[in-house]
Write a protein that binds this ligand. Structure first.
Ligand SMILES: *[C@@H]1O[C@H](CO)[C@@H](O)[C@H](O)[C@H]1NC(C)=O
Ligand SMILES: *[C@@H]1O[C@H](CO)[C@@H](O)[C@H](O)[C@H]1NC(C)=O
Ligand SMILES: CC(=O)N[C@H]1CO[C@H](CO)[C@@H](O)[C@@H]1O
Length: 648
């Protein structure tokens, strides 16, 4: 634990500066404030809008308004406008539309009104000066404007409308998405190459830490998928990691998927196409106001239903998975197919690459370009390697596939897609269950076969088992290989609570907290990973996962915290995760670099808890000790029964 803490507090400065750098990058963009949806904040509000787009440009002092609204208000009114930022009241202005000529709101008449208009001139220049400059630069500004419409004659309030203000700056940036995705890709590639050069341990370390970071990215994206109303900055940050669940928009793919969904009898949602005429409100927080709360919960109860786009006053409201899809520019009914298509395309690519290298290898040997001795292991075991690759892809994709498939079962976009979801989910579960069963059986047999056998022997001496099922257990010390079971359960548990709990945000947050605390305790008590460094690494990640789940629970606002506290906690969530992601990445890059430039990259890792190295080495270099010699021979016997071709 002490090591973990020490490790956690090292290098935070670098991380923090880099985060600042990332943010300042956007600060040069245009100054603008905008709102893109309007919600009502009183029961029986006399004014509501299905489309609402307001853009304020301080440079030339213009306010562009595009609104499609229904009003039952008659008579002269005043607008009592309040603005809050992070829950702090920033300004209050009383606007009398009779003083502004272009609006046509003096007096107001009942009916629909639908006309874009522009207000500019000196009043607006004056208003521009009251907005502090920082408002244009804070990323994911959490500001809300609320207007009461009061009758001038009686002072009675006839409507209340509310809009979230944004300045266009966000921490959801393509740079972060590309950087994190590239990091994972290069990390895995490096370990594959290292492994080909025979440095098995160094390769395993590289792969294990890269995959641990990938799992952490997935955890962050899961937080974005939950139905809890998280503050804008936290939403945007989790949006950066949605690629890790295959939620990536590619135009032609979306068109193909929409076509497929329609032609198999589904009804495609068309929110993105309707954006010009209907507003989409991304909910930011569970509101304290009584009326709002009732409206919110009423809305949420219909979220899980088919064609579940909720609306009050005719605009769409999105939360949870729908919010993520909307922000990623993906139609909600396409989300499932997008995610699984990416997964299967990725798997197919890996299989093709492996088949291609097998083909090239054969060709090279036949043309005598490659020394057959050096390529023999790959040529012998390539089919096992293929199975191993499929196993690891299943392990990595389990969260993605089970979340999306379970969600599809709840949503039923089209009958064909439901069948696909069942098929994909079953395939993955069967493969992983089979692998886990094989691993545990091998472990058991080793224990039974001889009284003082090292459990690592069965798992690491047999190249066939290692290649096929290694991805499941290689990250654990041999005696704790059973830890694959809790970690699989954790993944499936998360998937279930994301996919099936979309209308119960508080239950989701509590369940997530229970899962994370359970995993954290299990991980820190058992310390199942292969050595001290990797254990600290994983435990640190579990600590942050757990902290995230606690913050998420706070966002549910069961304690009725003041809005400003929620805003601050949103910023804390962002800084914690941004800094931690960066620390992890720097740490892995640094330690990989150190390893690669050593003469003997494996040398750094000889102190593995379970002596696996001796068994793995014993395949190729016969050790002088008698016992290992025996192990080696029996290992070869095992292999020989599977593979009639004798080893050199
Ligand atoms: C003010 O600037 C914005 C953005 O640069 C532009 O869209 C708008 O048309 C301008 N308005 C006027 C009146 O020039
Ligand atoms: C308008 O009505 C609201 C709600 O009743 C009230 O809080 C506010 O003070 C009123 N504004 C004015 C200027 O009377
Ligand atoms: C845009 C949209 O979906 N509007 C719907 C809002 O809800 C009412 C009924 O509650 C529907 O009639 C609208 O079509």
């Amino acid at each position: 634990m002490a090591a973990t803490v020490k490790w956690l507090i090292s290098r935070p400065c670098t991380a923090f500066y880099a985060v600042l750098l990332l943010l300042s990058h956007q600060a040069i963009a245009d100054k603008v404030l905008s709102a893109s949806s309007l919600s009502t904040c009183a029961k029986d509000s006399g004014f509501s809008a299905s489309l609402f787009k307001v853009t304020f440009t301080p440079e030339n002092g213009t306010l562009d308004i595009n609104i499609m609204a229904t009003s039952t208000i008659q008579g002269k009114v005043i607008f009592d406008l309040h603005v809050w930022a992070y829950g702090f009241p920033v300004t209050r202005q009383i606007i009398d539309p009779c003083n502004i000529p272009q609006t046509g709101l003096c007096p107001m008449t009942p009916g629909k009104f639908n006309h874009p208009f522009r207000i500019s001139g000196n009043e607006m220049r004056g208003a521009a000066e009251t907005v502090p400059a920082i408002a244009y630069n804070i990323p994911d500004l959490d500001a809300t404007a609320r207007a009461y419409i009061n009758l001038t004659a009686t002072g009675e309030s006839v409507a209340c409308i509310e809009a979230d203000i944004s300045n266009g700056k966000t921490v959801s940036v393509d740079g972060v998405k590309w950087a994190t995705a590239t990091f994972i890709g290069v990390g895995l590639l490096c370990s594959a190459v290292t492994k080909r050069f025979g440095h098995t341990n160094a390769a395993a370390h590289g792969a294990v830490s890269t995959l641990a970071i990938f799992a952490y990215f997935q955890s962050q994206s899961v937080i974005g998928l939950l139905a809890v109303h998280i503050p804008p900055i936290a939403q945007s940050w989790t949006q950066n990691f949605q690629w890790s669940l295959g939620i990536v928009r590619i135009g032609w793919m979306q068109r193909a998927i929409t076509w497929y969904q329609r032609s198999t009898g589904g009804r495609a949602s068309g929110i993105l196409d309707a954006l010009g005429t209907v507003s989409v409100q991304v909910l930011r927080r569970e509101l304290n106001n009584d009326n709002l709360h009732r409206r919110d919960t009423a809305a949420l109860s219909t979220v899980a239903k088919r064609n579940s786009l909720v609306n009050d006053s005719g605009s769409y409201v999105v939360t949870g998975i729908q919010r993520v899809a909307f922000r990623a520019g993906i139609e909600i009914t396409n989300l499932f197919m997008t995610g699984v298509t990416f997964f299967y395309m990725f798997t197919l690519c890996l299989v093709l690459i492996l088949a291609l290298s097998k083909g090239l290898c054969e060709l090279g040997v036949r043309r005598k370009l490659i020394d057959p001795g050096r390529a023999s292991e790959f040529r012998l075991y390539w089919l096992d390697s293929l199975k191993g690759i499929i196993m690891s892809v299943c392990l990595v994709g389990l969260l993605q596939i089970s979340t999306l498939c379970l969600w599809e079962l709840a949503e039923r976009d089209s009958p064909a897609e439901v069948v696909l979801a069942v098929g994909f989910l079953m395939t993955l579960c069967v493969i992983l269950a089979f692998g886990t069963y094989k691993t545990l059986r091998t472990l058991n047999q080793t224990r039974k076969d001889s009284t003082n056998a090292n459990p690592a022997y069965g798992l690491f001496a047999d190249v066939g088992v290692l290649n096929k099922f290694g991805p499941l257990y290689i990250q654990y010390r041999a005696s704790a290989s059973y830890f694959i079971i809790p970690s699989l359960i954790r993944i499936v548990g998360k998937a279930m609570l994301v996919a099936l709990g979309q209308n119960k945000p508080i239950a989701q947050a509590i369940a997530l907290m229970i899962i994370e605390v359970g995993f954290l305790i299990a991980a820190s008590v058992i310390r199942p990973w292969m050595d001290k460094g990797i254990n600290s690494f994983h435990i640190a990640i579990s600590v942050v996962d757990f902290l995230n789940s606690v913050l998420l629970f706070i966002f549910c606002n069961v304690f009725s915290l003041p809005t400003v506290a929620l805003g601050v906690i949103g910023v804390v969530f962002f800084i914690l995760n941004a800094a931690f992601s960066l620390i992890l990445i720097i740490y892995v890059i640094a330690s990989t670099a150190v390893t690669l430039f050593r003469k003997d990259p494996d040398g750094r890792y000889y102190t593995m808890a379970d002596d696996r190295t001796s068994f793995m080495k014993s395949r190729t270099q016969i050790d002088s000790t008698f016992q290992l010699h025996e192990l080696h021979r029996s290992a070869q016997r095992d292999i020989a029964t599977d593979y009639p071709i004798p080893l050199k």
